[in-house]
Design a protein around this ligand. Structure first.
Ligand code: SAM
Length: 279
């Protein structure tokens, strides 16, 4: 049976007696028009290798397979494996299923074992409870995805793209924008999911920047932004005291009477470089 001929997702869930578990952040996309749109926005095609985190009942997986991608799907909840095996049978050679926690999975090793070490994108409707730590892993870890197309709760997606001065601007905005071009490409209401979550959602598309800061600068950036946004209403001369305070601001050419929320990403990169130079 081909992927397009498989029974509707809702029927597949019923056939296997599967319900959503809150502890796994399960909110399913059962409308294939929506999942196909996400696959299109991800730019996935025949030559693509994709790591999908949390396939669940496989709605997004179906769309990725239909687009011709080679998919490595990492699912923590073992209950979905029998249903997903049917999907693997319908797309011979395209889908590898891994039962694991995506937070601790070694993506480079997975790709070496199952895709000849090919570069890969990440496409996922992320579980909200671990969306941010997963993103940080992919932004700052040793293995780099080609692109990331990720569903978050809208508030988190907004933080990724927020500019200095905006309400949503914070540490996650600075770290994301230091290494990626980030855009929101789709908004989704709660009712698009089964069961509906309490919040709205949005898909962010992230493309790594060609010249990213080196690991030492990124480590310093984490340090400086933790201090600055840990006390975001205070002036930098005070919030940055633990990392050099006024002298650090002076070395980076940043006004120490500013507050973290008004300093653009480039300003934080300057502070991170100054932190290394003064250490
Ligand atoms: N992709 C499916 C969809 O769009 O209908 C399901 C999305 S649901 C929001 C999140 C999925 O991630 C669930 O299938 C859940 O079991 C899985 N999950 C939760 N935590 C995980 C983890 N740490 N590692 C891998 N999968 C996880």
């Amino acid at each position: 049976m081909a992927v397009a001929d498989l029974p509707p997702l809702r029927e597949a869930l019923d056939a296997y007696g599967l319900g959503a578990k809150k502890s796994f952040g399960q909110h399913f996309l059962l409308d294939l028009n929506v999942t196909r749109k996400i696959a299109r926005l991800a730019g996935v095609g025949e030559d693509s290798t994709v790591i999908e985190v949390g396939p669940g009942p496989g709605g997004l997986t179906r769309a990725l397979l239909e687009a011709g991608a080679r998919v490595i799907a990492v699912e923590k909840d073992a209950r979905f494996l029998p249903l997903l095996e049917e999907l693997a049978d319908a797309a011979p050679g395209q889908l590898t299923l891994i039962q694991a926690d995506a937070l601790v999975v070694d993506e480079a090793a997975l790709l070496a074992e199952h895709a000849g070490g090919a570069p890969a994108s990440i496409v996922a409707n992320l579980p909200y409870n671990v969306g941010t730590p997963l993103l940080i892993k992919w932004l700052l870890g040793d293995w780099r995805p080609t692109t990331m197309t990720l569903m978050f709760q809208k508030e988190v997606a907004r933080r990724l793209v927020a500019a200095a001065g905006a309400d949503d601007y914070g540490r996650l905005s600075v770290i994301t924008q230091a290494v990626c071009d980030a855009r929101i490409v789709m908004d989704l209401p709660a009712r698009a999911f089964t069961p509906p979550p309490k919040v709205e959602s949005a898909v962010a598309h992230l493309t790594p920047l060609p010249d990213r800061p080196d690991a030492a600068v990124l480590a310093a950036l984490e340090r400086v932004t933790a201090a600055a946004f840990g006390q975001r209403r205070k002036m930098l001369r005070s919030s940055l005291k633990v990392v050099g305070g006024e002298a650090l601001c002076e070395a980076a050419g940043i006004d120490p009477s500013q507050r973290a929320e008004t300093v653009p990403m480039e300003g934080f990169l300057g502070l991170a470089r100054a932190y290394i130079a003064l250490a």
